[in-house]
Design a protein around this ligand. Structure first.
Ligand code: FAD
Ligand code: SF4
Length: 465
């Protein structure tokens, strides 16, 4: 008999007053007993609507049934058929708009906590010391992956499992992409990301770090080096700004710079090589996950933090859970406001941010109500730090150094239904193609591209036979 309780088992979490003084993970995960209890809420529906909601089609009811039986290794095996990064997805995927939004238990109560169960299974197996997959026999062909984010890592893993010699070229000193430099430790511990990457090394994937494709070497160089197909998963790491007066002042950061200093360079530690300002009062501009992460990091540096967002709470695009956590941590939401100018102090540092009040008009092309400035409503917010989190675009370096790579007007690479770009043998996926999106969509693209790259190479082999 399924457990017909209406609510999900709650996720234990660190006390907000304690967690703003550390960078440890906020949510603590289910115990085996809670996981089994939650799994029993699943009705094992015949038509499996939750699976349709998952971009990589994890066999959700099957893995949950294994959890309900207490067979966590069996559950992990089922998840691993379709997902290579479950400990990560279980933590950061927006399940509320994906699998859980389709769960029939959500009609009259809360959906089954699919994400929490996925995280539990992956964590349990890691803590038990899951047996590493052996490197498969090589098939004699080599492929290159540009960028070590979730798109590149997924493509690398799938191709290595098929026997390819895979090399990942990564611009930074560690692989992981946004998982390492963007999403903070308190949401996604870096040891978990590195554990996933070590599994790829065990499969024989080689990582060449500090290698910027377009500077250290070009795509053409990789082709000349004998890579038979190349996957570009270089993300969308170029920050957008508003071009308002004062954005060049000391104390104004892009969210990417601020988060990279905080997460990758561990600037919160006293002995970090990367200094970071410990602001007194921070204005974070934007309302997405990136804004929430920047705000919560600034809070952990001891700052009072205001999130300035031009629409209302209803339109705020960040995950609900992140907004709730941010609010619990004392972050102040200044909604229906927009910055128009940053004013300096006598030393050229940020002293205040001038904002204007907004009201909502008719829906725009995104379906959200258009924010309209209320003339004459300008006011000053005193602040010594401002973080811009209003979106990112793909970096133009690769497209500007590679002949014949077509992009759209937003600078995103254009691919066909097989993730192949306008250049034969060069595939792409993740944020480099879609613009800033999600971890799971980047993984889905990496998976699809890996299958297409395999077909592309095998077709050539047959033609040359
Ligand atoms: P990335 O993760 O950006 O990885 C690209 C990699 O390519 C990087 O390592 C980069 O250094 C490397 N690279 C770039 N150019 C070159 C070059 N020329 N040569 C070699 N290497 C290069 N999504 C969610 O699903 N849930 C969340 O909670 C969430 N929170 C987020 C929080 C933040 C702060 C940010 C910034 C994003 C967040 N996202 C979230 C979005 C998600 O992280 C991205 O959609 C995802 O990481 C995209 O994966 P990717 O592999 O395409 O690119
Ligand atoms: Fe279980 Fe919900 Fe999926 Fe039905 S929709 S199988 S209840 S997780």
């Amino acid at each position: 008999m399924p457990n017909m309780r209406m609510d999900k088992n709650p996720m234990p979490a660190q006390d907000p007053n304690v967690r703003i003084t550390n960078v440890e993970e906020v949510t603590l995960g289910y115990t085996p007993e809670t996981a089994i209890d939650e799994a029993k809420r699943c009705l094992n529906c015949k038509h499996k609507p939750c699976v349709e909601g998952c971009p990589v089609n994890i066999h959700i009811p099957d893995f949950i049934a294994k959890v309900a039986e207490g067979d966590f290794a069996g559950a992990y095996e089922i998840i691993s058929l379709t997902s290579s990064l479950p400990a990560i997805c279980g933590r950061v995927c927006p399940q509320e708009t994906q699998c859980e939004s389709k769960c029939v238990r959500g009609i009259k109560g809360e959906p089954v906590a699919i994400g929490r169960l996925e995280r539990f299974v992956a964590d349990y197996m890691r803590e038990q010391g899951e047996a590493p997959l052996a490197a498969p026999q090589r098939n004699g062909h080599k492929v290159a992956i540009v960028g070590g984010g979730p798109a590149g890592l997924t493509a690398a893993g799938d191709l290595a499992k098929l026997g390819y010699q895979v090399t990942v070229f990564e611009a930074l000193h560690v692989a992981g992409g946004v998982l390492m430099y963007g999403i903070p430790e308190f949401r996604l511990p870096k040891s978990i990301v590195q554990h996933e990457i070590s599994k790829l090394s065990n499969l024989g994937v080689e990582f060449v770090t500090n290698y910027i494709v377009g500077r250290s070497g070009t795509i053409e160089d990789l082709e000349s080096d004998g890579y038979e197909a190349i996957f570009v998963g270089s993300g969308a790491g170029l920050p957008n700004f508003m071009n308002m007066p004062g954005e060049e002042l000391k104390g104004v950061y892009s969210a990417n710079e601020f988060l990279t200093r905080f997460n990758l360079m561990k600037a919160y530690k006293d002995d970090s090589d990367t200094p970071i300002q410990h602001p007194r009062k921070t204005v974070v501009v934007g309302g997405g996950n990136v804004a929430m992460d920047a705000a919560r990091c600034a809070r952990r540096l001891g700052s009072e933090v205001h999130v300035v967002y031009r629409r209302s709470l209803e339109e705020l695009p960040a995950r609900k859970e992140e907004v709730e956590h941010a609010m619990e941590e004392g972050i102040i939401f200044d909604l229906l406001n927009n910055p128009v100018e940053v004013h300096p102090d006598e030393n050229g540092n940020v002293a205040s941010v001038e904002c204007i009040k907004m009201e909502l008009g008719e829906p725009d092309e995104s379906g959200r109500r258009r924010p309209i400035a209320k003339e004459g409503s300008n006011f000053l917010v005193e602040a010594d730090c401002m973080i811009m989190a209003i979106g990112t675009s793909p970096n133009p370096l690769i497209r500007s150094t590679t002949e014949g790579l077509e992009t759209n007007r937003k600078g995103c690479l254009i691919v066909d239904e097989n993730e192949m770009t306008s250049r034969q043998g060069i595939f792409a996926g993740g944020d480099a193609v879609t613009g800033a999106a999600t971890v799971i969509s980047a993984m889905g693209a990496g998976k699809k591209a890996a299958a297409a790259m395999d077909q592309f190479i095998q077709k050539k082999v047959r033609e040359n036979a």
